[in-house]
Design a binder for this molecule. Structure first.
Ligand code: FES
Length: 331
């Protein structure tokens, strides 16, 4: 039996938006910067739970999501880690070049699509910058006296943020496994024996997530919780029969819009000035989650779990489409 990955059930979208100041900037690994963000007047920031991320609104419509990796108990600082992505479309480069100490950045959130679910035991797997949401989870679990272990991989130790710090803090629980020294992560050993009650959390590049999904195939259903950096494209088997052209009825706004094959629902909504929030435009952040009143969505996001899709209650309008000629949305 496969163990389908679980993402968060319809995480609440926070209305909090503010200009925060970069209080401190450091470089904990090659091509990674850590930014501590706070209010200029020292005011408290909204509370958050491990796994949450915030949006950086970088101007000209450029928005990027970064996981919070500070201590959730510290309401004065939000810390994020940003990897300079060689394939960047501008976001991480802008952060690396512009967000120096004292700079101001517009921030929205936090939101959590990767929450820590209560369990007797946890196994964590992090790849590269995927350590950021997991680090805040470890702090919380350690404080609660929970049972956990971490397998942490990266290309080289120098590229792995927090590697030394984690080893020093939790020597009995953390295995750091740089690829240039030890090869690929030994998932077979780490996940060899399915354990009832243990949850597996993984964040990292798509190749790692796919490998972990395969290794967890014989674990109990609901074991695996993952967070993707980028949208996972649907496989041919996963794509239900979708319609090229369909109609979207915005129930509250009272407008009906035609969506054709070369545009997204979100494109059409924005063109028609129907109020809808969006951030990643790739189906990974959950910002554009919209309630479905009538019709069947063709889900193409990486946020909703299979179970959530099956309920047919919500959809991500930035990437998902329709299997019915008419889709009535709560907009
Ligand atoms: Fe991010 Fe739609 S805008 S999921």
């Amino acid at each position: 039996m496969s163990a389908p990955a679980v993402t968060a059930p319809g995480a609440k979208v926070s209305d909090f938006t503010a200009d925060l100041v970069v209080r401190r900037r450091s470089a904990p690994a090659k091509d990674v910067v850590l930014l501590d963000l706070s209010h200029s007047n020292g005011e408290q920031l909204p509370s958050w739970e491990p796994g949450a991320h915030i949006d950086l609104l970088l101007g000209d419509g450029l928005t990027r999501q970064y996981s919070l990796c500070s201590d959730p108990n510290d309401r004065g600082i939000w810390r994020i880690g940003v990897l300079l992505d060689p394939n960047t479309r501008g976001g991480s480069r802008l952060v690396h070049e512009s967000l120096i100490e004292g700079a101001t950045v517009r921030v929205r959130g936090p939101r959590n699509h990767f929450p820590l679910v209560d369990a007797p035991r946890y196994r964590f797997i992090a790849g590269g910058i995927g350590i950021t949401p997991i680090y805040s989870m470890l702090r919380k679990l350690q404080r609660a006296g929970s049972e956990w272990t971490l397998l942490y991989g990266g290309r080289t130790k120098a590229s792995m943020a927090f590697a030394q710090e984690l080893l020093e803090r939790y020597p009995d629980r953390v295995t750091v496994s740089p690829q240039d020294e030890r090869g690929f992560l030994d998932l077979n050993s780490y996940l060899q024996h399915p354990e009832e009650g243990t949850l597996v959390y993984c964040c990292g590049p798509d190749s790692l997530l796919s490998a972990v999904e395969a290794s967890c195939a014989c674990w109990p259903e609901g074991t695996l919780h993952i967070e993707r950096f980028a949208a996972k494209g649907p496989t041919a088997e996963e794509v239900p029969p979708a319609l090229e052209n369909f109609e979207v009825v915005c129930h509250r706004s009272g407008v009906t819009l035609a969506v054709s094959g070369n545009e997204s629902i979100l494109d059409v909504l924005e063109e028609a000035d129907v109020p809808v929030m969006a951030s990643c435009y790739e189906g990974v952040c959950g910002t554009c989650e919209t309630r479905i009143i009538e019709g069947v969505a063709d889900h193409r996001d990486s946020v909703l779990s299979a179970a959530e899709r099956d309920t047919g209650e919500v959809m991500m309008v930035c990437v998902s489409r329709s299997c019915t000629e008419r889709l009535v949305l709560d907009l």
